[in-house]
Design a protein around this ligand. Structure first.
Ligand code: ADP
Ligand code: MG
Ligand code: MG
Length: 914
């Protein structure tokens, strides 16, 4: 053997492929998956967990890489199984003492319902017969048909709906409403029908050998890691594709064993509002998947209290110890088998954005965590959704009501399947996805929809869990709604029929559904933030979520190292920005004052039509606007960017002008010298690619007049305000610089004007002059630029356009959407900064700029400055301040603070923050 072979075989021999529950703990989620680590930890804590073992993610990775079983896997499984048989006193496949197990997927990061699980492994004809003989006929046949159904679908690939159809038929035939009411004979027939279906579809029998069942189920769970919905979910959640899933083999306990049995899912606090106290769903005489899948509408946890107060008390005790132990909201799956409680799963609970803030701060109030940790329990994406508006008070009565599964207000057109939802959303329509219940296959449609509504399912159904994670408005369990996806209709109260495309309004906070479009109002959280920053009483709004947000924003402000400014032009925007806590204006786009009818002022300058008069007007306007803006922002920096857009945006359309000239000529009208001069000028200035043409600093150098009066107006406004004793802090910024000589020339002109104005007022004006980094060449030559710039501001919108060579305005419709569909790109580079490409240029410019001038101030003023994911990158890159649109300011504050805490703790966000 070579040394490599020896070390490889050593590694293989010692790589754990199987771990028993009592051997693991919560820190081992990489190897055991989140579910496995939770089961191990609960076993360690002494909670009533059925015994079992975990086939590790290592085994899964090896299986997927090799396309077959890793060496030694089944030996290790057999050993663990023997141990399990000893602990339980039961034997897999033995009719006298049958051990049944579940085979459950569970990756490091929770992917609810995205992979496979098979229950009731170990049943076969002999075992079922023996159980029936012992008077457990109903339970035996119910479990057998479940095994056939799950095994058939998951392991053998039979379409799941085929089984559902047979079930629906069986219920109709028996004249009952739920599966639980089917009697022994019906269940026996159903098991036979399911098995016949499997044979017809696959040519294979449901294996009678329990060992084969177990091995095939484990392999199927491995493979489900690469199933389509699992991949889609990972892409959306940013979960790496190479982690693999663990497989949990757990002794079965049975909630479907009569009246004193049942299954439920519950949370240690309310995951929708964050209110303290246990919260959940319970279904008597049911297995767990009946609750999760929403096939039966579950009852409230109080039902368990009514039926079995002792079990309820025991459950509450375990919930408390789990929350204390994990120091966060937990959810658990539990089953009661003939009056005995079993805990089958725990994990950190998914929560709505509103609940996230409330829970984090209340846990801090209770002394369970500190405020820094509380800050890491929330994120900017959640705050973004909380700043969204809600509905105005209702006027009309709701069409129907259901469970408020995920808060928010949404208006859109009804669609009844995921494909249509995606297609319509692609066309820019707002859609509301209505389903009888959702399954993981609907994930794409849920992503595309503004809201999701279902007629069945509880607050822990698939739809509810997924929607809360996405921050999507969702109402489940609308019992008075019957959705018929085939007919594309939803029928309410048996009579009111709405067809596809009808506009509805969904209130995820009350669980109500309305026909037509409702008025939407500002969010409570947004209002609370504005009132506080405006000097109102600090931090005690009525609403517990708003209170949580204020406390955590305060903490974020203490911790963050990046400043937060706003992109604002008008006094109104500037005031909003201040109220949201902006520490200045990072970008004032001066072109705003020259848009609309004022466009002609620029046109007159470049076509030399009373240019002097036009310039005087521009100067007067600018003086006025700068004065107001600087006054509103007194005490804070204001970065004014000189005129940036392509000249063509200020000129009349060449085609229009040519056509009217031709028409005039055809009518024999006398020649108009003014019109002719205009046409000639426009023709001279016409460009095929104006976005890559005469704009930014180029315009300032070729037609310096406009920029000069802008600078003069700014210097004049500053001088006057300083004379009044005002504390104003202006800065000037040059757009679209690519070359140091451009910067030197432009800077020279600007400084001359500032000096002239200063001299006139008998003072030296201190106005820093900076440069935007928004072209690859600027980033590549940032060392040279830094020698002539007082600050950099990254214009990441243009930098993305020019780095990728794509136009933001056209790319989405023309090819980005198609790229996403084909899986070529997953994120929109205009929304979330492309770290690999554009980010490399940012890092390079930071490094080169600071090499020349160590104290160089660095800002970001593109849309990305308000995107939570991109903010993480900017923090790492060493940016000094973010500048985003005013409503995004709180998001940037929070996220910058959170990033600072995470970085100082050396910690990365854990699975709980996903
Ligand atoms: P998911 O990750 O989709 O929740 P699970 O592996 O948790 O899948 O299993 C699906 C359902 O089956 C859950 O409701 C779970 O509680 C239930 N279940 C899993 N294992 C057992 C078991 N050993 N005994 C009883 N019910 C089980
Ligand atoms: Mg589960
Ligand atoms: Mg730009």
């Amino acid at each position: 053997m070579t040394a490599t072979e020896i070390s490889t075989s050593f590694a293989t021999a010692h790589r754990p492929l199987v771990i028993e529950f009592h051997e693991g703990d919560r820190t081992m989620a990489d190897l055991l998956g989140g579910k496995g680590a939770g089961l191990a930890e609960m076993t360690r804590l002494g909670l009533p967990v059925p015994p079992g073992f975990i086939v590790t993610t290592e085994a899964c990775r090896a299986y997927l890489a090799a396309g077959g079983d890793p060496e030694g896997l089944w030996d290790q499984v057999d050993a663990a199984l023997a141990d399990l048989e000893e602990r339980s006193g039961l034997v897999l496949g033995d009719p006298a003492r049958p051990l049944l197990v579940s085979v459950r997927s569970g990756a490091k990061f929770s992917m609810p319902g995205m992979m496979e699980t098979v229950l009731d492994i170990g049943l076969n004809d002999a075992v079922v017969a023996a159980l029936a003989e012992r008077g457990e006929s109903h339970f035996a046949w119910d479990s057998y048909r479940r095994l056939a159904q799950m095994y058939g679908r998951t392991v053998l690939g039979v379409e799941g709906s085929r089984f559902d159809d047979l079930l629906t038929r069986a219920r109709a035939h028996a004249g009952v409403g739920t599966d639980a009411e089917l009697d022994d004979a019906h269940l026996q027939q159903l098991a036979a029908d399911f098995r016949a279906l499997i044979v017809a579809e696959t040519g294979q029998e449901l294996p009678q050998d329990a060992g084969t069942q177990l091995r095939e189920a484990v392999r199927a769970v491995f493979r489900s890691w690469n199933g389509e919905r699992a991949r889609l979910y990972r892409a959306h959640e940013g979960i790496p594709d190479d982690l693999g899933t663990a497989v949990n083999v757990v002794q079965m306990v049975f909630g479907n064993r009569g009246d004193r049995s049942g299954s439920g899912v519950c949370f240690t606090r309310d995951p929708v509002t964050g209110a303290p106290g246990a919260f959940g769903d319970y279904l008597p005489d049911a297995q767990g998947e009946d609750v999760v899948s929403g096939v039966r509408s579950p009852m409230d946890l109080s039902e368990l209290h009514r039926r079995d107060p002792e079990i309820h008390a025991e459950l509450s005790r375990h919930l408390r110890s789990l929350e204390t132990h994990y120091r966060d909201l937990c959810d658990v799956e539990f089953t009661v088998e003939r009056g005995r409680l079993w805990i089958l799963q725990t994990r950190l609970g998914k929560r709505s954005p509103a609940a996230a803030f409330r829970i984090a701060v209340e846990l801090a109030d209770e002394g369970v965590i500190d405020l820094d940790e509380a800050l890491t329990r929330v994120n900017g994406h959640q705050l973004t959704t909380l700043l969204h508006p809600s509905f105005q008070a209702a006027a009309a009565a709701p069409l129907a009501g259901g469970l408020a599964a995920s808060p928010g207000a949404a208006v859109g057109q009804l669609v009844f399947d995921a494909a249509t939802a995606m297609e319509w959303a692609g066309l820019g329509r707002s859609v509301v996805l209505a389903r009888p219940e959702t399954s993981p296959d609907d994930f794409g449609g849920m992503l595309a929809a503004k809201a999701v509504i279902t007629s069945r399912g509880g607050l822990t159904s698939h739809a509810a869990v997924v929607a809360r994670g996405l921050g999507k408005t969702c109402v489940t369990g609308i019992e008075k709604m019957v959705v018929d996806p085939a007919a594309r209709t939803a029928t309410f109260h048996g009579s009111r029929v709405l067809t596809e495309g009808t506009v509805v309004s969904v209130d995820g906070s009350t669980g109500e559904l309305f026909e037509g479009s409702r008025e939407i109002q500002a969010s409570v959280v947004a209002t609370a933030i504005q009132e506080t920053s405006a000097g109102g009483p600090v931090g005690r709004p009525e609403d517990p979520t708003a209170r949580g947000v204020l406390r955590l924003l305060e903490q974020a402000d203490k911790r963050r190292t990046m400043g937060v400014r706003a992109n604002a032009e008008t006094p109104e925007e500037a005031r909003t920005a201040r109220r949201y806590g902006a520490e200045g204006i990072g970008l004032c786009r001066t072109e705003h004052m020259l848009m609309g009818p004022r466009r002609q002022l620029v046109e007159r300058v470049v076509t030399d039509d009373d240019a002097a008069g036009a310039l005087a007007e521009i100067e007067a306007l600018a003086l006025d606007e700068f004065t107001t803006l600087l006054t509103v922002m007194e005490g804070l920096p204001v970065v004014v960017r000189l005129l940036d857009p392509p000249l063509h945006e200020f000129l009349p359309d060449l085609v229009d002008l040519s056509v009217s000239a031709a028409v005039a000529a055809a009518k024999g009208e006398p020649e108009d010298p003014v019109a002719e001069q205009r046409l000639a000028a426009v023709r001279r200035l016409h460009e095929a690619n104006p976005m890559l043409g005469l704009r930014g600093v180029r315009l300032l150098l070729v037609h310096p007049e406009v920029a000069q009066v802008q600078v003069r107006a700014l210097a004049e406004a500053v001088s006057r305000l300083l004379e009044e004793g005002r504390n104003v802090r202006p800065e000037l910024m040059l757009p679209l610089v690519a070359e140091v000589a451009e910067l030197e020339a432009a800077r020279g002109r600007v400084e001359t004007v500032i000096a002239e104005v200063g001299a006139r007022h008998g003072r030296t004006l201190d106005i820093p002059i900076g440069v935007m980094i928004e072209l690859p060449r600027a980033a590549l030559t940032a060392d040279a630029l830094a020698a002539h710039a007082d600050f950099f501001s990254f214009g990441t919108n243009d930098l993305t356009q020019t780095t990728w060579g794509i136009s933001r305005d056209d790319a989405e419709a023309s090819f980005l959407a198609a790229y996403r569909e084909q899986g070529i790109i997953s994120a929109d580079p205009f929304q979330t900064l492309d770290e690999v490409g554009v980010g490399a240029l940012v890092r390079l410019a930071v490094e080169k700029g600071r090499a020349t001038r160590s104290g160089l101030e660095l800002g970001v003023c593109g849309e990305h400055a308000g995107d939570p994911t991109s903010i993480g990158f900017f923090a790492k890159a060493g940016i000094d301040y973010l500048s985003c649109s005013p409503p995004r300011v709180p998001v940037a504050r929070l996220e910058a603070g959170r990033q600072a805490v995470l970085r100082s703790a050396g910690a990365l966000p854990t699975s709980d923050t996903r």
